[in-house]
Design a protein around this ligand. Structure first.
Ligand code: DGL
Length: 355
């Protein structure tokens, strides 16, 4: 059948649009929620890898800088905040957690990527690990170099994060952290270097897998409850209980502890030396704080290992809680959420052995 030129063009265009539509329908729908950080940062020169300005590039610019994203997902962006992550607050977390839950409840959203500064990325990830009420993938991603730097790691990290967020293999694995081709669990990962691209580690408990080629490869999962399995619900929360961290060191005193309590702290994470040891100059004030109703959680500044109950202190007698393997900054997050449910220390200790 002979077709006129216009008819041939219209037919070809229709065929292309149909093929594109079928292809697009096969791709997962991934939302990118941007919060700021180095991944959105800019430096004065291409060799500026420290001393740059974080949180200057908008989400659409981040997406446009990686056209490859559209080959692996239908992506859309939302600028939730634009901050350097050292300034993240409980209020930011509640806003972000509620937005994530709203979006994941939509059938047209298959996964979420959150671009974030690396300073507190592990904390936001763990908070979301405890409050997201969906099995759909949520992947936090950052960069150690600003977008203007030679070998900026943001674009490939963002591409990998979108790949994971759109992957069926990532469903039900809890909130994930993806940098440097590695996949980590929100519960156990930490930023272990101030500035190098391989900063994120799950040192002893082990990362979950890798991103290689256009695929996420998983080799282990976290044994602790997360997302839909948790008892925490932030939907009606507008604030979290004030919990602060007291850092342990030689020659420490109780000034910081007592200042936090005077300022209204309902819980204290004691980031002790070694296995959560209590210095002689501080222990009486911790005991007094507990007796006045403040929840005391023994954690450790060390970073790895189990915080043994009734090891360096008689927790049963003092009515203290121990943080298990959570570092102090993550123990703070769990205690804040736990205290929205109870102040019973036996219940709190159960939660630290559950999440
Ligand atoms: N200001 C730090 C932050 O926003 C920069 C670190 C980074 O994002 O890599 O977390």
């Amino acid at each position: 059948m002979h077709r006129s030129k216009p008819a041939q063009f219209i037919f070809a265009l229709f065929a292309f649009l149909m093929a594109f539509s079928v292809h697009a329908q096969k791709l997962p729908n991934v939302m990118i929620l941007a919060t700021g950080g180095t991944i959105a940062g800019t430096g004065a020169t291409s060799t500026t890898t420290v001393g740059y300005t974080a949180a200057t590039v908008g989400v659409q610019q981040l997406i446009n800088a990686v056209p490859e994203l559209r080959k692996v997902a239908n992506v859309s962006g939302e600028q939730v905040f634009q901050i350097a992550s050292e300034s993240m607050t409980n209020e930011h977390w509640l806003t972000l957690g509620k937005r994530v839950n709203t979006l994941l409840a939509q059938p047209n959203v298959d996964g979420i990527v959150i671009t974030h500064g690396t300073d507190t990325l592990e904390e936001t990830a763990y908070f979301l690990n405890l409050v997201v009420k969906s099995r759909k993938p949520v992947v936090l991603v950052g960069a150690m170099r600003p977008s203007t730097a030679l070998s900026a790691d943001g674009p490939i990290n963002l591409y990998n994060a979108v790949l994971i967020a759109g992957s069926q293999d990532a469903v039900g694995k809890g909130v994930l952290v993806a940098l440097g081709d590695q996949i980590h669990s929100a519960r156990d990962v930490t930023k272990a270097n101030t500035s190098t691209p391989d900063a994120f580690k799950t040192a002893e408990l082990g990362m979950m897998g890798y991103v290689q080629g256009p695929k996420a490869h998983f080799y282990r999962v976290s044994t602790r409850k997360h997302t839909t399995e948790t008892e925490f619900d932030i939907s009606s929360l507008n604030a979290l209980p004030q919990v602060d961290i007291v850092y342990g060191y030689a020659n420490m005193n109780a000034v910081a502890l007592n200042a936090f309590i005077a300022a209204g702290a309902k819980g204290i994470i004691h980031a002790g030396t070694g296995d959560g040891s209590l210095a002689a100059k501080v222990k009486p004030d911790l005991i007094a704080a507990r007796k006045s109703g403040t929840i005391i959680v023994r954690s450790s500044r060390v970073g790895q290992g189990i915080l043994a109950r009734n090891g360096e202190a008689n927790d049963d007698e003092l009515d203290f809680v121990v943080a298990d393997t959570l570092n102090p900054q993550k123990a703070r997050i769990l205690l804040m959420l736990a205290m929205t449910k109870t102040s019973n220390t036996k219940e709190l200790q159960r939660m630290f052995y559950t999440y």
